[in-house]
Ligand binder design. Structure first.
Ligand SMILES: NC(=O)C1=CN([C@@H]2O[C@H](COP(=O)(O)OP(=O)(O)OC[C@H]3O[C@@H](n4cnc5c(N)ncnc54)[C@H](OP(=O)(O)O)[C@@H]3O)[C@@H](O)[C@H]2O)C=CC1
Ligand SMILES: CC(C)CCC[C@@H](C)[C@H]1CC[C@H]2C3=CC=C4C[C@@H](O)CC[C@]4(C)[C@H]3CC[C@]12C
Length: 395
């Protein structure tokens, strides 16, 4: 169904899609419910070391089980196993591609209702003191009431952002690969794009405990923005490139395919290396080497809402000495490298790249604002030392 969008002009495609959308069928509903139940069970059952989230403004320290990477490997292995087992019986995961409109309708309906539940839970039975109302019901629904709500011990944001949203992205890429193979055999453009996306998602789950220290978890509450975003927007928008490539296969040839693969993998490495440098500097309290030299750090004091004073560390060397959000450069380049196998006949496969560029530019302002308020003079010192937001000497 969504192939309409990529075969027509963008607006014409959107209008036609809405006129063809089907109500969710039983098989699609069963697959989605089984996937959600599986995800919750695995989150609860799989063992892993205990990790701690950042201290919240109210002084709470959320506790998590670090089993994300195992969860990811298990899910990918199960996907391969079930595909090989069921394909000869005529059952293919490509049903998800064929009925993707039904998937999106189901996810939309569920997430809109789920956000009402989160609003009511935050109002009447919050999980921690990190909750509260803005006084405006619409804003509370949109932004959320609780920073880290839990239901039966399951952390909602870990579920929506990582285990449902990011995992669904990986699974949908695999579904697109299977569908493309069924239609055209091996096509290198799909291989290159899918390989880079899966490598990136593998990196994400390897580093999942680091993600717990980003503004999605530290600042954004569990409301429509983050929950609808992760339950619907990630499956719908983040997978748009491989979705497009199913109906628009391109033969790149070995040279172009290898160059794109290499540059994409390099971008993933730089992005990972930046996230790791920050983690290492904080873990060792600045006592580590970065690019062969002792890490340069700034000690930053901040106050919790109860008045307690804490200290943190700002890294001012390595990637974090080039600009304050240099890691967004490889993130955007990577999105380009996994989109460019579609070549330049349609804007649709670049929708994620365009969205990401806007999101990250806005995020660099949001994060600066958050850190300026949190750290005051220490942040000003860091900004003086590292004056550029994202692109050194430019922005
Ligand atoms: N594909 C996508 O849609 C997106 C991907 N990403 C990726 O996710 C990853 C995380 O990015 P993001 O969420 O923006 O978070 P960051 O990794 O930039 O983390 C931001 C937090 O890190 C701390 N911090 C900021 N500067 C420093 C410093 N110099 N030294 C030490 N700590 C610092 C602050 O938190 P504290 O309060 O702890 O000091 C700040 O709030 C990146 O790889 C990014 O590219 C991000 C957004 C969207
Ligand atoms: C309401 C919508 C228009 C916007 C929804 C936005 C969210 C879906 C996304 C906002 C921030 C995004 C992410 C942040 C950091 C990430 C780490 C990275 O390594 C993987 C991707 C991601 C989890 C990413 C996922 C989508 C957002 C939550």
């Amino acid at each position: 169904m969504l192939s309409v969008l990529v075969n027509k002009s963008f607006i014409g495609g959107v209008i036609e899609i809405w006129s063809h959308v089907h109500a969710p069928s039983l098989p699609v509903l069963c697959i989605l419910i089984m996937y959600a139940v599986y995800t919750i069970c695995v989150m609860k059952i799989l063992p892993g070391p205990t990790v701690y989230g950042p201290v919240t403004p109210k002084g709470n320290i959320p506790v998590y089980t670090d089993n994300g990477f195992k969860h990811y490997l298990l899910t990918m292995a199960l996907f391969c196993f079930l595909t090989f087992l069921l394909h000869p019986l005529g059952l293919s995961p490509s049903i998800i591609y064929d009925r993707f409109d039904e998937v999106l309708v189901s996810l939309n309906v569920f997430s809109l209702i789920f956000c009402i539940f989160l609003y009511l839970k935050g109002k009447f039975s919050p999980s921690s003191t990190d909750s509260g109302s803005s006084g405006n019901i619409i804003f509370d629904y949109y932004w959320g009431m609780e920073l880290y709500p839990r239901v039966f011990g399951v952390d909602i944001k870990l579920f929506t952002n990582c285990r449902f949203g990011m995992m669904a992205w990986a699974l949908l890429v695999c579904v697109h690969v299977v569908k493309s193979y069924e239609l055209h055999g091996f096509v290198d453009s799909m291989f290159v794009s899918a390989f880079l996306q899966l490598l990136y998602i593998t990196k994400f789950f390897w580093w999942e405990s680091g993600y717990l220290h980003t503004i999605d978890i530290m600042l954004d509450r569990a409301g429509f923005y983050i929950c609808w975003g992760c339950l619907v927007y990630i499956p719908g928008m983040y997978t748009s490139v491989s979705l497009y490539l199913v109906s628009h296969p391109v033969r790149l040839g070995p040279l172009l395919a290898d160059v794109i693969l290499l540059l994409g993998a390099l971008s993933i490495y730089v992005n990972f290396s930046a996230d790791k440098q920050k983690q290492d500097a904080r873990r060792t309290n600045g006592d580590c080497t970065i690019w062969g030299r002792k890490a340069q750090t700034i000690r930053a004091r901040y106050q919790l809402e109860n008045g307690e004073v804490k200290e943190s560390l700002l890294l001012a060397s390595g990637w974090w000495g080039l600009s304050r959000h240099f890691h967004y450069v490889p993130e955007i380049l990577l999105a380009f490298f996994w989109s460019v196998p579609a070549l330049f006949q349609n804007l649709f496969p670049y929708s994620y790249l365009i969205f990401l560029t806007i999101l990250l530019t806005h995020r660099s302002y949001r994060d600066d604002h958050k850190c300026r308020i949190k750290y005051g003079p220490a942040w000003a010192e860091y900004c003086k030392k590292v004056p550029y937001k994202i692109i050194p000497f430019v922005f």
